[in-house]
Design a protein around this ligand. Structure first.
Ligand code: IPE
Ligand code: IPE
Ligand code: MG
Length: 248
């Protein structure tokens, strides 16, 4: 991995390294954070939403081009209704704020996932945010909501199969590029670095296709406690990795 200056690795700072173009974050650990404090899980999500605001802004400030945050998985519907309702309220609050307060922002907002499950008012906010921000030139912030890597691949396969049935393509035309073009991340580079706070060592169905060669950094900090310095530490860890992409 390219590191600009010859320095002992323990002394590296952000100015010494090449940043990843695309970072993914599995925003995990809200529930445990709340439990440790004797608070309801929803309080952990409220605190996690604040961390999200701060870290998204920081990524944009340091020049990250794409940030994808995992906010709600296709499996998270298994949680109690009360918790799901609290999460939906937080999405609405953030998206209302983004429309109202971020007029001069440079961040482009996009949503990854199956939208059919969301309420009409949340859908309207998602559409409005995407539309309002689409011509901006700053960081692309993908919020994965009702996102699952498997569901995304099923969607892609159905669309491609339909094109084959219609005679528009033949099975031999199917290649990596075609599949990538049927994913929610169409047109975007694959993530270089995926950060998972809270210490869990699994993908939990996040960006399955896109993460084929992503570097994973698992961190012990719970998401609501995650600070800018933790992101710096993940970036420095990433810069030390030797990405081979199957080569030598
Ligand atoms: C991540 O935190 C937020 C969502 C999945 C929506 P969790 O709620 O999963 O927190 P833990 O893993 O229970 O601590
Ligand atoms: C992954 O976290 C989903 C999000 C952070 C949105 P989970 O907490 O749902 O994952 P598991 O259940 O620990 O695998
Ligand atoms: Mg979790």
């Amino acid at each position: 991995m390219a590191i600009f200056k010859k320095k002992p690795q323990s002394e590296l700072s952000l100015s010494d390294i090449i940043l990843p173009e695309h970072i993914g974050i599995i925003m995990d650990g809200n529930g445990r954070w709340a439990k440790k404090r004797g608070l309801p899980r929803s309080a952990g999500h409220t605190a996690g939403a604040q961390t999200f605001r701060k870290i998204a802004r920081y990524c944009s400030d340091i020049g990250i081009k794409y940030l994808t945050v995992y906010a709600f998985s296709t499996e998270n519907w298994r949680r109690p209704k009360e918790e799901i309702d609290a999460l939906m309220r937080l999405f609405k609050d953030y998206l209302t704020e983004a429309i109202r307060d971020f007029k001069d922002d440079s961040i482009v907002l996009r949503f990854l996932g199956d939208r059919s499950a969301f309420s009409d008012d949340l859908l309207a906010l998602m559409d409005e945010n995407e539309d309002e921000s689409k011509d901006r030139e700053g960081m692309v912030l993908n919020i994965a909501m009702n996102y699952g890597g498997r569901a995304e691949l099923i969607k892609a396969m159905r669309e491609i199969a339909a094109e084959a049935v219609d005679g528009k393509i033949s099975p031999d035309d199917i290649n990596e590029e075609m599949i990538s073009n049927h994913l929610y991340t169409k047109g975007q580079p694959d993530p270089d670095l995926i950060i998972r706070p809270s210490g869990e060592n699994r993908t939990s169905n996040f960006l399955l296709w896109q993460s084929a060669y992503a570097e994973y950094v698992i961190m012990d900090v719970l998401w609501p406690d995650f600070k800018e310095k933790d992101l710096d530490a993940a970036l420095i860890e990433y810069a030390k990795r030797n990405r081979r992409f199957g080569g030598v």
